[in-house]
Ligand binder design. Structure first.
Ligand code: ADP
Ligand code: MG
Length: 673
């Protein structure tokens, strides 16, 4: 038998159990042994009454006698027995359900019971205890407690894993020996054994620490290796000297003053262009913080030196928006073109031809740019807007040899992620909004009286020629959670709530073209209220929108809601965000109230991370991190030390040939970013 054996061949268990395991991604012996317990509990045996802790779970041993069934006053059948401890003290044992195990039990046999012991009506009782006939994996010492999902109980895991634990010896050591020594770690085999069947609390903790380290270390090694390899391959960056006088001139040409944060980021990016390797930077800034102008200004020196620049946007409408701004900003000095999916084939060909011979200096577009036949004469700088909407693959296609890369995102990046999956990128942050923006007034709303008031208020806003975003969570047919369907909601809002106002709707299953058309009409103020799913196009500017209503807001993470509301408040008027809570759920209301208080995306994302984990922030796939089994992502010390070690090891051997087991693990680990 080996670690790679499929479980259905080695376990004696039911089809239902196997199915559930598969859902959890547990298929082989290795998977099962790497399914780590979340906690432990002591089942040290007490035979003496004095040693029992009242009001707590105890493991007691004694002689069971007088097993009998009784009817309660309510007519339910219960099982009772007496357990005689050392010194002839008797505990009363009560089972509310009749345990099948009692059938095999002879009166006056020795048993081990695990359950809560308490005083009730003057008697000392143990309630609903587990029964064990001998010392086994469940009683006698520390036992593991697993994340349970029926029918997989901790008892089931303990028994099945105990039967396979011998195979822990086949686990290969992944950590280089110098790390094991320096950090005083136990071996992998030992760690796997001790985490499932710990000798004592200290060993369990040691096992956890070591396994957590390995988990994060592999991610760090993978991310940092990618960075070092990239830098090795691209030794000849497109060099542009930083010219402070020129920057001053450029800044005079724009109609407003950059914020300090914008200036800081601009300088950092321009300095990237004179380093010994191509830039690979991620610029984060809340919605409306003014990332676009920073990217435009950074492009100028590249263009002046004769190289080309490209701007990528995730949607056609955004690309068009950038195109219009770019025409204003760069024309007539530099030629700008737009390349999206809806450009005709012959025009595409023309554009690509001009791009190849250098007649086009700036190309703005969508994924359509990323086809194999798009050739630049000399691409010096690529900007990717809303970078999480592009895959790694797609991004790397732009970064051939010397091209500088600037990705932009409104998604906040907590320190934990900056230290892990974003560890290979340089980060900079625009952490302030342009002056004059009013703080969006945000209210959590749940009762009908307030909803009526809100609707009157909204009608008043429309009367002032303002526009409204009305967001309801996307519901697809398979989605069982009770939430409102966009179409239904649209009908209700258009016909019942605001019959005199013009309402349109938008959802994710509409064609890109139709979506763009609706957004275009909204922008041109052809209607008042846009009812949409959460797909409302990122980044699209609707200057006169002052209200955003978000239904079932409890279904979103705080950072996500914060990004939604960033789409309003882009003008001199006061803007409002109403967070409607579907269910009367006080905990949810409390969570959402953070949005009433705070306007800081990073702070909100950190609350999310604590409360709801990674998936909430980025979507599980986008989060880049596989499900962590042991490691705690908020453990900054662990993140830092794993990162330092990863760099240390990679500096010794970037190929990892000296560390074959690590190499294999790193190359097979699933990290998306
Ligand atoms: P985002 O960071 O969300 O992409 P944009 O780049 O679209 O934000 O900028 C939002 C709006 O703010 C634009 O209309 C832009 O012209 C304007 N803007 C950007 N920077 C400033 C500034 N320093 N002062 C005033 N307005 C600014
Ligand atoms: Mg933007």
């Amino acid at each position: 038998m080996s670690l790679d054996f499929p479980l259905q061949r080695v376990l004696r268990t039911t089809e239902v159990h196997i199915k559930k395991l598969n859902i959890l991604g547990i298929r082989t012996v290795r998977d099962l042994l790497e399914f780590f317990p979340r906690a432990t509990e002591s089942t040290e045996i007490t035979a003496n009454f004095q040693n029992i802790t009242m009001g707590a779970k105890n493991t007691v041993s004694g002689i069971l006698c007088d097993v009998r069934q009784e009817k309660t006053a309510r007519g339910e059948t219960i099982t009772k027995a007496a357990l005689i401890l050392d010194g002839a003290v008797t505990l009363e044992v009560v089972w509310f359900q009749t345990p099948y195990i009692l059938k095999n039990l002879k009166d006056e046999s020795q048993v081990f019971l695990v359950g809560k012991v308490d005083r009730t009506y003057g008697k000392v009782q143990i309630l609903n205890p587990e029964v064990h006939l001998n010392r086994n994996v469940h009683v006698g010492k520390l036992r593991a407690i697993y994340p349970e999902s029926p029918p997989l109980t901790s008892k089931w895991f303990r028994e099945k894993i105990a039967g396979l634990l011998l195979l822990a010896k086949d686990f290969v050591e992944i950590l280089p020996s110098e790390i094991l020594e320096a950090e005083n770690f136990i071996s992998k085999k030992e760690a796997v054994k001790q985490v499932h069947a710990p000798d004592n609390m200290e060993m369990w903790q040691k096992a956890r620490d070591r396994l957590a380290f390995e988990e994060i270390f592999v991610i760090q090694t993978r991310v940092m290796r990618e960075k070092f390899l990239r830098e090795q391959d691209a030794q000849n960056p497109y060099l542009v000297k930083f010219d402070a006088e020129q920057v001053k001139q450029d800044l005079k040409k724009i109609p407003f003053q950059l914020t300090t944060a914008q200036k800081k980021c601009l300088l950092i990016i321009l300095k990237d262009f004179e380093r010994d390797r191509p830039a690979h930077r991620l610029m984060q800034g809340d919605v409306g913080s003014g990332k676009t102008i920073v990217s435009f200004l950074s492009a100028l020196p590249i263009l002046r030196s004769g190289a080309q620049v490209t701007f990528l946007a995730p949607t056609e409408i955004l690309a068009k928006q950038h195109f219009r701004s770019a025409l204003k900003f760069f024309n007539p000095e530099f030629s700008v073109e737009l390349l999206t999916g809806s450009v005709t084939l012959s025009n595409k060909k023309k554009i690509k031809g001009k791009l190849k011979n250098g007649d086009i200096q700036i190309l703005i577009g969508t994924h359509a740019i990323l086809t194999a036949d798009t050739e630049f004469k000399n691409l010096g700088f690529a900007v990717i807007d809303e970078q999480h909407r592009f895959g790694v693959e797609q991004r790397s296609r732009l970064q051939k040899n010397h091209t500088h890369l600037l990705a932009m995102t409104a998604t906040p990046i907590p320190r934990t992620l900056a230290l892990t999956i974003y560890g290979d990128q340089d980060l900079c942050r625009i952490d302030e909004l342009p002056p004059g923006r009013k703080k969006i007034i945000t209210r959590v709303i749940s009762d009908t009286k307030t909803i009526t008031k809100m609707n009157l208020f909204i009608d008043d806003q429309i009367g002032k020629d303002h526009q409204i975003f009305w967001v309801c969570p996307l519901v697809d047919e398979s989605d069982k959670i009770e939430a409102k369907n966009v179409k239904e909601e649209f009908d209700r809002i258009a016909n019942e709530v605001f019959p005199k106002r013009k309402v349109e709707f938008l959802h994710g299953r509409m064609k890109g073209k139709d979506k763009d058309a609706i957004m275009e009409k909204f922008k041109n103020k052809e209607f008042d209220i846009l009812v949409s799913t959460s797909v409302i196009e990122v980044g699209v500017d609707i200057p006169d929108a002052t209200v955003m209503v978000i239904e079932n807001s409890e279904r979103f993470g705080l950072a996500q809601l914060h990004q939604f509301r960033g789409r309003i408040g882009r003008n001199e008027f006061q803007s409002y965000c109403f967070l409607m809570v579907g269910k009367k759920d006080d905990a949810q209301k409390e969570r959402l109230k953070a949005l009433e208080r705070s306007n800081d995306g990073l702070y909100l994302s950190e609350i999310d991370l604590k409360l709801r984990g990674m998936g909430e922030l980025y979507g599980t796939r986008q989060s880049g991190l596989p499900d962590l089994k042991c490691a705690d992502l908020t453990d900054l010390d662990l993140l830092q030390s794993t990162r330092d070690w990863a760099i240390n090891i990679l500096k010794q051997d970037l190929t990892l040939k000296k560390f074959p087991a690590l190499k294999e693990k790193v190359e097979s680990s699933e990290v998306y970013f």
